[in-house]
Design a protein around this ligand. Structure first.
Ligand code: ARG
Length: 463
């Protein structure tokens, strides 16, 4: 019999009951539900709303239920409407009337708004921990590759020389922003809706500041209608996670390419690659393809949440029960992806020589050749034209800018002298790009130091 059965003459149709029930997916919030109820009961007693005896029975009963679930002695009843009803009914079955007093001055609407926030706070913390580790691994790999010249690309065409470290540090910047976004989302999420009641607050003298403080919130929510009907924090988190997945997916796409024979820039450790059931030679980067594929799921979760909320009048509507599957899926997917990518990156082998060979082939020092002329007084546009013609000649004659004889250079422009070869040497080209944020080893070292300092700050906050 449902706890709300008083008004009804019939039991709920069984199929409708299943349809209506959220226990399949909200059971995972049981710890948060119980912690919230314990503090609510303590506050009710402090405010003289329930007796000390009832409070003690409630708190002990709830602690026992938590323990029983934890130890597998109590399983969730699939017929329960949701985790809140299940726990309250179980409590009442165990302690009688005191259990029935727990819900005084509270509604499932503020209860569920509380539980999701508490659950997601923990998940954000966990994801932040994982991201800090991932970013640290990227920094370590960058440190090992400060001098590893590789082609930088635009339009996936070899463009200008960079280093593998510089490339990895671009991702470090993305991850640092992901971390920031999650911290800010946490901060906005960290308000306690308890006391909002169903929508219109309550006539009981609740101490909302006490409950908020006891449950680790920064403050109570400011408006009871908003307190129960706000799901911005789920949307914001799904958006943060979508952006994070987009970053992981771009990296994954690069790993897929780098593992191909066409690039062969890296080799994944055998523990992080898979074979084919028919082609014995294959070593596939499945992990990164899955990350790329799962990005679509997380975007889908974001769109689910946005769409679910867009037409809802204030305050609570049952549509909002759909928030959980979407945001839980997004959180689960991200945790799976980050925790798999981290050791994969840690163990991958960087094929430095292949990167250097690719860099030597794509005329990626053509800009440096033009800059050489500019430094000797030619306007850039003229230098650009002369260099373009030289590249065309190289292609015709099967040469590179490094192998083209000085006589050919001088036919194009009398300005060229022997020192052009030093100016277009790949390592020199990279070394000279020492502008702040550039690929020169010393510039990347500075980026690395700044990133590690920022990571250190986040790590301290996390502790
Ligand atoms: N299971 C519900 C949910 O997840 C709890 C809130 C139910 N409130 C209500 N008024 N029916 O949203």
């Amino acid at each position: 019999m449902a706890l709300w059965a008083g008004r009804f003459k019939k039991e709920l149709d069984p199929r409708t009951n299943d349809f209506n029930s959220s226990i399949r997916f909200d059971a995972r919030m049981y710890r948060d539900d119980i912690s919230g109820s314990i503090v609510h009961a303590a506050m009710l007693e402090k405010q003289g709303v329930i007796s000390q005896e009832d409070k003690e029975a409630i708190c002990t009963g709830l602690a026992e239920i938590a323990d029983d679930i934890e130890k597998g002695r109590l399983s969730f009843d699939p017929n329960a409407e949701d985790v809140h009803m299940f726990i309250e009914a179980e409590l009442t079955a165990r302690i009688g009337d005191a259990g029935k007093r727990l819900h005084t001055g509270r509604s499932r609407n503020d209860q569920v708004a509380l539980d999701i926030r508490m659950y997601l706070r923990r998940e954000i913390d966990e994801i932040l921990g994982q991201l800090l580790e991932l970013t640290g691994v990227f920094c370590d790999k960058a440190e090992e590759n400060l001098e590893t010249v590789m082609p930088g690309y635009t339009h996936l065409q070899r463009a200008q020389p960079v280093t593998f470290a510089h490339h990895l540090m671009a991702y470090v910047q993305m991850f640092l922003r992901d971390i920031q976004r999650l911290e800010q989302t946490f901060w906005r999420m960290n308000v306690c809706p308890l006391g909002s009641g169903a929508l219109a607050g309550t006539t009981y003298p609740l101490d909302r500041a006490f409950t908020a403080e006891q449950l680790g919130f920064d403050r109570p929510s400011a408006n009871s209608l908003d307190g129960v009907s706000d799901r911005d924090f789920c949307i914001e988190l799904a958006s943060d996670l979508s952006i994070l997945m987009m970053h992981l997916s771009r990296f994954s796409e690069e790993v897929v390419a780098w593992c191909s024979w066409e690039f062969k820039f890296i080799e994944l450790d055998d523990a992080f690659a898979t074979g084919s059931s028919i082609m014995p030679q294959k070593k596939n980067p499945d992990i990164t393809e899955l990350v790329r594929g799962k990005t679509g799921r997380v975007y889908g979760d974001l769109v689910t949440l946005l769409t679910m909320m867009k037409g809802l009048p204030l305050a609570y509507n049952k549509d909002m029960q759909e928030d959980k599957e979407a945001i839980f899926d997004a959180v689960d997917t991200v945790k799976l992806c980050v925790s798999t990518v981290t050791p994969m990156v840690k163990t991958m082998r960087v094929l430095k020589e292949n990167m250097r060979l690719a860099a030597a082939k794509g005329f990626i020092n053509a800009t440096d050749c033009a800059d050489y002329l500019v430094k000797k007084g030619l306007p850039f546009r003229d230098a650009y034209k002369i260099t373009g013609a030289l590249v065309a000649r190289c292609i015709d004659e099967g040469e590179t800018l490094e192998t083209l004889p000085l006589s050919a250079y001088r036919e194009a422009s009398g300005i060229f002298e022997e020192d052009v070869y030093a100016a277009i040497d790949l390592a020199a080209c990279v070394k000279e790009r020492k502008v702040q944020g550039g690929p020169a080893p010393e510039a990347v070292k500075a980026q690395l130091a700044a990133a590690r300092a920022e990571l250190g700050k986040f790590n301290e906050e996390a502790e």
